[in-house]
Design a protein around this ligand. Structure first.
Ligand code: GAL
Length: 442
């Protein structure tokens, strides 16, 4: 069953690439959605009460973007009190556990942050924690503006369970221009791992920390590995890991592990004391030259008034030019939550063009709708939209889309050991075992 779902997720991603390639080039088509459905009794009655929104959006950029969604909601539903229930910890590393405890105990938030694919289906749909929102896609006209393949990643047995508000690119590599200029380093449009290592050696010799990592949550260094893996073996083999055609002890995977180990030698000494956004802050302050991070990092630059990136730059994580690591964010309606009508209206707002055009410029992600106005987005976003339209789309393990939660945990555990022992064979063996346990792999 897991393998079947894996194949389904990947075929969905491939179709998504094609669908969005066409749409990104032709923005601003007005939604042609069907007729508005008559308000249900619940909607008519919704005039107050609370809306509890559970997420891990606590960094400066994340909080600002979340606030834009709250503002959009409050403009339409001023009498509803929004309860901002956040659990800090990038990637949802702490939030997901808290949420599972709450759900198991029947304390269901009205709505919560979720990644489509395995995370949505395996952790929330299968146990019955979320309600179908299929009818909203019809009444709001979203079937015309949300690509079918993206809808498929949120669908189980013909019912759709999530509204996606934005799509992040997970394989960003951000840098401090002034620091590189001062050290005579020029970065081109792309960078290979060998190029990075040469630059990093030069910087290290000059007393500059080459790489900022903030892995007080293990996911951040797991993501450094995930990006390095993609950059080393390429998108086709990376996808092969999830359908079992490529093994985790493949020589290419082991080479990626070696390169990841080298990258760790260039990281800041205080990496395990910092969060991902503190690492980006350190980069902005000149405490290091580069940081590998999804483009929620761009939200931190925007939040620090660096929207135009005059002093900073980005390329794809070394070796990953031509690939887009998908990290999408959305929200469902909690089954049995206290305020389902308010949650339903929250999803209506999130699915709208206006809310997505307000949220994504602050968050770093691009719209999940195909009709957002490119003119409302800056240079980084337009670059990312082009990448999404043209590049190989691959799902992230670290952010819940590529593999079941068990494997995500196995990766975190294997990385935790590797950063200490640097044992490539043991790392590979742990991932092979994890893949087998999760029902895929050789
Ligand atoms: C991802 C999420 C992003 C961002 C990031 C860091 O899992 O999709 O929206 O919040 O974690 O917290």
């Amino acid at each position: 069953m897991v393998s079947k779902r894996l194949l389904f997720v990947f075929s969905a991603i491939l179709v998504l690439a094609m669908a969005l390639a066409g749409c990104a080039a032709t923005p601003a088509a007005a939604p042609t959605g069907g007729e508005a459905a008559p308000a249900t009794e619940g909607e008519a009655a919704a005039g107050g009460g609370q809306l509890e929104v559970f997420s891990w959006w606590t960094s400066g950029g994340e909080a600002a973007a979340l606030q834009a969604l709250f503002d959009a909601y409050a403009a339409q539903y001023p009498d509803v009190e929004i309860v901002n229930a956040t659990v800090a910890g990038g990637g949802g590393s702490a939030a997901r556990g808290v949420l599972q405890t709450r759900l198991a105990g029947g304390d269901v938030p009205d709505t919560w942050q979720v990644h489509p694919g395995f995370e949505l289906i395996g952790q929330y749909v299968d146990p019955g924690y979320v309600a179908s929102v299929t009818d909203l896609y019809e009444s709001e006209g979203w079937n015309d503006v949300v690509p079918e393949a993206l809808r498929n990643m949120m669908t189980q047995d013909g019912e759709i369970y999530q509204v996606t508000v934005g799509v992040h690119r997970g394989n960003g590599f951000w840098y401090n221009k002034k620091l590189l200029d001062a050290n005579g380093v020029t970065v081109g449009d792309t960078m290979t791992a060998d190029e990075f290592i040469a630059i990093a050696d030069q910087l290290k010799a000059a007393g500059v920390t080459p790489l900022c990592v903030g892995d007080n949550g293990i996911w951040a260094t797991a993501q450094l590995f995930e990006n390095t893996l993609l950059g080393t073996i390429g998108p086709e083999a990376y996808l092969g890991l999830w359908d079992g055609s490529v093994s985790f002890d493949d020589p290419g995977v082991k080479q990626a592990m070696e390169t990841y180990g080298k990258m760790l030698d260039y990281q800041n000494e205080d990496h395990s004391a910092l969060s991902w956004d503190q690492a980006i802050k350190k980069l902005m302050e000149g405490g290091c030259a580069f940081s590998s991070m999804g483009d929620w990092a761009y939200g931190e630059f925007v939040n620090a008034q660096q929207k135009d990136m005059e002093d900073f730059g980005w390329v794809s994580h070394p070796g990953t030019a031509g690939s887009f690591m998908i990290v999408a964010d959305g929200f469902p309606i909690g089954n049995g939550s206290k305020n389902p009508e308010n949650a339903r209206n929250w999803l209506k707002v999130l699915g709208s063009k206006e809310a997505q055009e307000a949220f994504n410029p602050l968050k770093g992600s691009i719209c999940a709708r195909t009709d957002c106005d490119r003119a409302k987005f800056g240079m980084y976003h337009n670059w990312s939209m082009d990448s999404f339209a043209n590049d190989a789309l691959v799902p992230s393990v670290v952010h819940g889309s590529a593999a079941p939660a068990d494997f995500q945990q196995a990766l975190n555990d294997a990385v935790t050991s590797f950063v200490v022992d640097r044992n490539v064979d043991a790392f590979a063996a742990a991932l092979v075992a994890g893949a087998q346990m999760s029902g895929f792999g050789q």
